[in-house]
Design a protein around this ligand. Structure first.
Ligand code: KG4
Ligand code: ZN
Length: 341
């Protein structure tokens, strides 16, 4: 399937702790509004599903209004409503899906239900990156870590995935152990810049195996034991952060580049919140340059959860005509194979 022209699309995302809406015309982003709840969940050290759902409910209408006004458009201009249908926190997803259905129904517009992971995968299709498939995609976020071959038609074929924790989970748990708060990805990234990444040796999961899968459970445990043995990290904190971060991002970059080789890909892309990481960006850029591969690294605003990426995925998905989608529901889980077609 080549990208569909749905006209002006209003896209909505609420699968976790970001309430987001965007207005797009094809691969052109007219607005991309994200209201993050991260601070609300900080005291708990993780996202509290019920808190997330209730907050989406109070925020979503204002976020949609803002997306329309930033784009200088009104609901009258919208031709289709795209929404994240799965996977995610069910209460959080329900707010987005119910809102999207209500808006679309009231204007007799089609609905485009989208898989959140496809959003991350297709984010690079948008301006300013505008990468056309085929390519090999790495998605690393708080909930997912996977490598896919993206076909010229936008189809997605799993090449490898984490066998235990997601990379973002390892980053967040590590950052928390280092006293950097939650979610600690950006803080870990900043601290690691002042550290020596060779100072400590952390185990890299599945090293030495010719696999495109990942494992991050061991590196987390290794950090726990290191901090216990060291007692007070003191002035070694930046070195520990840099070494720990390296053990998480090295396999991400390494297996992405290996997948590109195996698949004889001419282009690669990265996405998901962990793709905001400066060291991962550096490793992927250097590796791609060395291999003569085109590399698509989206701006950070398109890596972390946002609704523009849902609008991008919608261009590779079918519209459900009015009013057939009234029976459509949110789904917490991914389908077999990891992404909905
Ligand atoms: O894609 P995302 O916004 O939400 C999910 O779908 O999970 O990803 C969030 C993850 C968190 O684990 C966060 O700590 C991580 O992305 N993250 C980073 C950076 N910025 C965000 N990890 C490493 N370095 C960063 N600069
Ligand atoms: Zn995400």
């Amino acid at each position: 399937m080549s990208p569909r022209d749905h006209g002006l699309v209003l896209a909505i995302e609420s699968s976790c702790d970001e309430t987001a809406a965007a207005v797009l015309e094809g691969r052109q982003i007219l607005s991309n509004v994200v209201a993050s709840q991260a601070e609300l969940h900080t005291p708990y050290g993780g996202v509290v599903p019920e808190v997330a759902a209730r907050h989406h409910l109070t925020t979503i209408n204002a976020v949609i209004d803002r997306a329309l006004s930033d784009a200088d458009r009104s609901l009258d201009d919208v031709r289709a409503v795209a929404v994240t249908q799965r996977p995610g926190l069910i209460g959080a997803l329900l707010v987005g899906v119910a809102t999207a259905k209500a808006l679309a129904w009231s204007r007799e517009l089609p609905l485009i239900p989208v898989d959140h992971l496809r959003g991350h995968i297709h984010a690079t299709w948008l301006e300013p990156i505008a990468l056309d498939p085929p390519y090999v995609s790495l998605i690393a976020s708080g909930g997912h870590t996977r490598l896919d071959r993206v076909g010229a038609d936008g189809s997605v074929h799993l090449l490898g995935e984490t066998l235990d924790d997601a990379a973002g989970e390892a980053i967040d748990k590590g950052a928390r152990m280092l006293g950097l708060g939650y979610p600690g990805g950006a803080a870990l990234d900043a601290l690691a810049r002042d550290g020596d990444r060779d100072a400590f040796s952390f185990p890299v999961g599945l090293t030495g195996r010719s696999t495109l899968d990942f494992s991050f459970a061991g590196v987390k445990t290794a950090l726990l034991y290191l901090l216990r043995d060291l007692g007070e990290p003191g002035d070694r904190l930046a070195d520990i952060a840099a070494s720990y971060q390296e053990a998480v991002v090295q396999p991400l970059a390494g297996r992405l580049l290996r997948a590109a080789e195996v698949e004889e890909a001419r282009a690669i892309s990265i996405g998901g919140g962990v793709a905001a990481n400066s060291r991962l960006r550096e490793l992927v850029s250097e590796g791609a340059a060395a291999g003569g591969i085109e590399v698509a690294i989206p701006p950070i605003s398109l890596c972390t959860d946002n609704a523009a990426m849902i609008g991008a995925a919608a261009c590779f998905a079918d519209r459900v005509p009015w009013p057939e989608y009234l029976a459509q529901d949110a789904m917490a889980t991914a389908p077999p194979g990891g992404v909905a077609t």
